[in-house]
Design a protein around this ligand. Structure first.
Ligand code: UDP
Length: 361
């Protein structure tokens, strides 16, 4: 049986790596990977395929840039063409990007069943493009693979049946267990950047709700700048964030005060995360990785889909409304830790997904 995986953004390459591996081992399923091209820089795309041992995509659609509607529309047309040629038994999509929605919609219209990995997450903020993408994708998926109990509860409340909701755990936990253990403090990026373990703050910012609102981005930058006076700040800049900071004329001065670097590969990122004193981020994946490596996290957003980490005390929400309150949240979080919890399954989410597909296709 043939599965087509549609992906296109950095976190999707990471999530798909473990599921693709499980598919390859199944002996029953074959996978054809379609890369939409949403993320295309070598350090936002290729590095993950080589580092995580993934097969080269059979199709590269090279679609990026433009408005959300234009990008999603082009993907829809191109993915449909591939599905008509390949005639798969199912389409597999991940998370909440435009590639997710385009893949799911193209398949659903052709009556090809859709499997959605990381289903049921909700921020309850419809201003987020991610929230629109995930709600619509869930609605048209046959199998909803949920990473947490909270995600499964959201779907049950929205009227999905027990047969459609399949709790498997979080594939990112699988990846962290698989790759995280082999990362140590020795050598690597830590050494190249001259960082001492547990002596720096790691920041990542890329969400439109922060990069597209100058006052929010200014509050984040100001808070990190003050923090950098007493604690080294390392910030791998997402291309979108770099472009906005450049345009705002802040990049040059910032680069003198903190360690601004290009996006890094997964294993370098794990090393930066694992040995950070604190992580400040608006990334979904990075919030969880902070917890996997037991590093306190400040989430620079108004809400989070990963509420269990806030409840357990590993993560605190810090809406970037003003720099001084964010700075305060950062200093309070330093040195803190949360309760011992295990909300993301057993590290076998990929196996469970593939097993379910084999039994139900
Ligand atoms: N990541 C990475 N290099 C970086 C920044 C992030 O490998 O320079 C990884 C990170 O470890 C996590 C994933 O990318 O696994 C998160 O992706 P992103 O923050 O782009 O998206 P989100 O998780 O918010 O959807």
């Amino acid at each position: 049986m043939k599965i087509i995986t549609v992906l296109g953004a950095r976190p999707q390459f990471i999530k798909a790596s473990v599921v693709s591996h499980a598919i390859a081992q199944s002996g029953m399923l074959t996978e054809v990977v379609v890369h939409t091209g949403q993320h295309f820089d070598a350090n936002m795309s290729d590095v993950f395929f080589s580092e995580l041992g993934m097969v080269t995509p059979a199709y590269h659609l090279d679609i990026h840039g433009g408005t959300h509607g234009a990008m999603t529309g082009r993907m829809l047309a191109e993915v449909e063409r591939v599905l008509l040629d390949e005639k798969p038994d199912a389409v597999l999509v991940y998370g909440d990007t435009n590639s997710t929605l385009a893949g799911a919609l193209a398949a659903a219209k052709l009556h090809i069943p859709v499997a959605h990995v990381e289903a049921g997450l909700r921020s309850f903020n419809m201003a987020m493009p991610e929230e629109i993408n995930r709600i619509l994708t869930d609605r048209i998926s046959r199998w909803l693979f949920t990473p947490t109990n909270v995600a499964a509860q959201h779907l049950a409340r929205e009227g999905f049946t027990a047969e459609q909701i399949i709790p498997v755990g979080d594939v990112m936990y699988d990846v962290a267990l698989h790759h995280g253990a082999r990362v140590t403090a020795e050598g690597g990026l830590l050494q190249r950047l001259g960082l001492r373990p547990k002596n720096y703050l790691l920041a990542t910012i890329h969400r439109a709700e922060n990069t597209d609102h100058s006052e929010r981005l200014a509050a984040i930058v100001d808070a990190l700048e003050v923090t950098a006076e007493s604690l080294q700040v390392v910030w791998p800049l997402h291309p979108r964030t770099r472009a906005v900071l450049q345009q705002a004329g802040r990049l040059e001065d910032l680069s003198r005060r903190m360690t601004l670097i290009e996006p890094v590969g997964y294993l370098d990122m794990v090393q930066l995360e694992k040995y950070a004193a604190l992580i400040a981020t608006d990334s979904g994946g990075v919030q969880k990785e902070a917890f996997f490596y037991q590093v306190p996290c400040v989430t620079v957003r108004d809400e989070t889909e990963w509420v269990e980490l806030v409840e357990a005390g590993w993560n605190r929400l810090a809406p970037p409304t003003d720099a001084s309150s964010l700075r305060q949240d950062i200093s309070e979080a330093l040195g803190s830790c949360g309760k011992s919890v295990k909300p993301y399954g057993e590290g076998d989410a990929a196996q469970r997904i593939v097993k379910h597909l084999m039994l139900n296709l």
